[in-house]
Design a protein around this ligand. Structure first.
Ligand code: 5GP
Ligand code: MG
Length: 202
């Protein structure tokens, strides 16, 4: 089996997910929260994240977004058929996704969930690639795990042709980074561990 170059270690993922979870826990402590994981990419992140939202009564409502075909984004398909409006309208809602790339998926999702009139709507993404952001799809996530450069990444929920989502770390797929470039990316990721995951405070 091919092993890609890692850019985010397992321990760093755990540390950051815990920090994001603690912020969400503080924001909603004592109250209720409807968490909407965007499958399949958010499978691992949302599960780990919810462990840290301990003081909140959490309800899970699953959304499904079509997966991306390698580096070529396919048609956008967002399925909210499993989301019960009763748990969205008038409720505090948090959408959780693996990665904000062009922003098209999240723009569509947040628009559709927003139209169900939640009391509040927040967005948590594990990764964000600012380089590919589509200006026609403005999205401002409230919590960001790591900002990464424009690389195709795999692991911790992110797949390549449906495979490797279970990897405990995040690696680069389909390209080899030279040593200097790799070191630069890794040190930038490490630096982000020391910063707040709440974008409003960053
Ligand atoms: P967007 O609509 O923001 O362009 O894309 C979001 C979706 O594309 C993500 O939820 C994810 O499923 C997929 N995606 C974007 N970038 C990557 C990547 O680097 N690796 C993988 N595996 N999926 C990605
Ligand atoms: Mg996704």
């Amino acid at each position: 089996m091919t092993r890609p170059q890692w850019i985010i270690k397992k321990d760093w993922l755990h540390e950051r997910v815990r920090a994001v979870g603690r912020c969400i826990n503080e924001a909603h402590g004592g109250g209720e929260l409807t968490v909407v994981p965007v499958l399949t990419g958010a499978l691992i992140f949302s599960g780990d994240l919810m462990h840290w939202i301990e003081d909140v009564s959490v309800r899970v409502q699953l959304a499904q977004a079509a997966s991306y075909e390698r580096e070529v984004p396919g048609d956008l398909k967002v399925d909210l058929s499993q989301v019960d409006r009763r748990h969205v309208t008038g409720k505090n809602v948090l959408i959780v996704d693996d990665i904000l790339d062009t922003g098209r998926t999240m723009h569509e999702l947040a628009g559709r969930i927003g139209s169900m009139n939640p009391a509040s709507l927040r967005i948590a993404v594990l990764l964000r690639k600012r380089a590919r952001h589509d200006p026609d799809c403005p999205v401002e996530p409230d919590y960001v795990g790591f900002e990464i450069p424009d690389l195709f990444v795999v692991g911790y929920g992110l797949d390549v042709d449906g495979l490797h989502r279970h990897w405990s770390y995040i690696g680069v797929w389909g390209q080899h980074l030279e040593r200097n470039e790799h070191e630069q990316i890794v040190s930038d990721i490490q630096r982000q561990l020391g910063q707040p995951p709440q974008t409003a405070l960053a």
